[in-house]
Design a protein around this ligand. Structure first.
Ligand SMILES: O=C(O)[C@H]1O[C@H](OP(=O)(O)OP(=O)(O)OC[C@H]2O[C@@H](n3ccc(=O)[nH]c3=O)[C@H](O)[C@@H]2O)[C@H](O)[C@@H](O)[C@@H]1O
Length: 457
């Protein structure tokens, strides 16, 4: 009998082959899963990279969005002149804040790319003080105007660090690098009526941001003296005239006013507990070259030139609405006067060592004028009739009237406003047509020359 074919070898061989196939397929599986894992990792990294680059998101172009959540990472990206904390950055920070006159101040100006901030920074630098700016360049109004102010400051060797008041590591870093003698705190969410649209932005800047700055200041060695911007709006529904610092300020008409009033109370607390020297300045409707486009005199000018109708507010009982419009150069003098008379803080290592100075001053013009007058002056300067729409003041936090008594500021630092509304507006219009490159009858009729727009035209 033929013996069955010996298959044992064949079987063994097949088993071996199938084993090899299994091993290979497992290897293949392993290799492909590794590949998949690496690819996923790569995609994730790319996504993280793009997300970081786009922070804050590009979609936040809405003009009313306020960036208040910059973290340390984002400010590192924002730092011009190298990453925050790098040697090049520190050099720039030190250079900018070093005074060039004997006993000069070393001042941190918050809101340095803003209207009042840019003017004060230049004036301080001009007289030999060291000035470092801080600004978050938010888009409450056209940030390109803030960038233009920044360029102007840079020409005068003033560096603005890009960052937010709520960025604690950034603020600590600044105080690690520079022993500031003073802070001129002008960064804020401004605007009376916008508070109804974006209330939280007022809390974030004017309250949380201010407290953050004070926390850093109280812990600093030496503690700086602080001069900061309060507002005429704290007088709210006060009916006594003219407004004096001794009047009641417990009836704010807008959330904006309430946050400024809160700032004054918070200042009291930090003065009381930590011995910080604090001076609050109540500004009265400040206007002038390089001003804020959200303010009436600014957008009236724009709208009149474009032939658009402007709303002129009246009180509910059809009376004129009036403001104590104050020219920027007068305000700058007031800020410098307050800085020059600010006493040293008394605390150290976060502890009070004795009583410290606590002050509040009105900085106004002392001669209120109706908004209607503002408009007729502009009509004259622009040589254009405004399309006026007189309406009752919407109930949006506005107050009917402001009028400053400035005798306290005069007594303590000789503050004396010298620019009337016509003179000031002429200077504003001259800057406006030059800055926006408007060639029109405005220029011809008023002999407004088109020279390079310097800070105070
Ligand atoms: O003095 C202050 O503390 C405040 O001054 C201004 O607030 P405001 O005086 O209301 O300035 P504008 O918004 O420029 O308004 C000026 C005047 O024009 C009036 N107005 C405003 C807008 C408008 O469309 N029509 C109009 O008649 C207002 O009622 C007001 O009487 C600033 O915007 C605030 O940031 C600042 O704190």
């Amino acid at each position: 009998m033929a013996s069955p074919p010996d298959t044992s070898k064949t079987i063994k061989l097949e088993r071996y082959n199938s084993y090899i196939r299994r091993v290979n397929s497992t290897k293949l599986l392993n290799a492909s899963s590794k590949l998949l894992f690496r690819a996923t990792l790569l995609v994730a990294l790319v996504l993280v990279f793009f997300f970081t680059l786009n922070y804050p998101p590009l979609s936040e172009s809405n003009s009313h969005h306020i960036h208040t959540h910059h973290n340390f990472l984002s400010s590192a990206f924002y730092g011009a002149g190298g990453a925050v904390g790098g040697p090049a950055w520190e050099k720039q920070v030190r250079h900018s804040s070093t005074p060039r006159r004997p006993n000069g101040m070393s001042i941190l100006v918050t809101g340095a790319a803003g209207f009042v901030g840019s003017h004060c920074s230049l004036a301080l630098k001009k007289r030999g003080d060291g000035v470092l700016g801080l600004d978050n360049f938010n888009n409450y109004y056209d940030p390109s105007l803030k960038r233009a102010r920044q360029s102007l400051l840079l020409k005068h060797e003033i560096f603005i660090v890009e960052g937010d008041l709520n960025d604690t590591p950034l603020l600590s870093k600044l105080f690690d690098v520079v022993p500031f003698t003073h802070i001129l705190h002008l960064a804020a969410q401004a605007g009376v009526r916008y508070a109804m649209q974006n209330p939280q932005s007022y809390i974030a800047s004017n309250i949380a941001g201010f407290v953050n700055l004070l926390e850093i200041a109280k812990a600093a060695n030496p503690q700086p003296s602080i001069v900061w911007a309060s507002s005429s709006s704290v007088y709210g529904l006060n009916t006594e005239n003219p407004f004096s610092e001794s009047h009641r300020t417990d009836k704010p008409a807008s959330l904006y006013a309430a946050t400024k009033k809160a700032g004054e109370e918070i200042a009291h607390t930090y003065n009381h507990i930590y011995g910080l020297s604090l001076t609050g300045l109540r500004f009265f409707t400040v206007y002038g070259p390089w001003g804020r486009p959200d303010m009436a005199y600014f957008f009236f000018t724009k709208d009149i030139l474009q032939g658009k109708t402007i709303d002129i507010y009246q009180t509910q009982d059809e009376k004129e609405v009036a403001r104590d419009f104050t020219y920027i150069d007068d305000i700058v003098k007031g800020c410098l006067g307050a800085l020059d008379t600010a006493e040293k803080s008394t605390g150290s290592g976060g502890k009070k060592r004795g009583p410290a100075q606590l002050r509040v001053y009105n900085l106004g013009n002392t001669s209120p004028l109706p908004v209607r007058n503002l408009v007729s002056i502009l009509e004259g300067l622009l040589n254009t009739k405004a399309k006026k729409h007189v309406i009752k003041m919407p109930r949006n936090g506005d107050v009917p009237y402001t009028h400053a008594n400035v005798s306290l500021a005069y007594k303590d630092f000789r503050y004396k406003p010298t620019t009337d509304l016509s003179t000031g507006l002429r200077k504003f219009v001259k800057w406006y047509v030059s800055y926006y490159g408007i060639q029109s009858r405005v220029k011809k009729e008023n002999h407004i020359n088109n020279e390079h727009p310097e800070i105070s035209a």
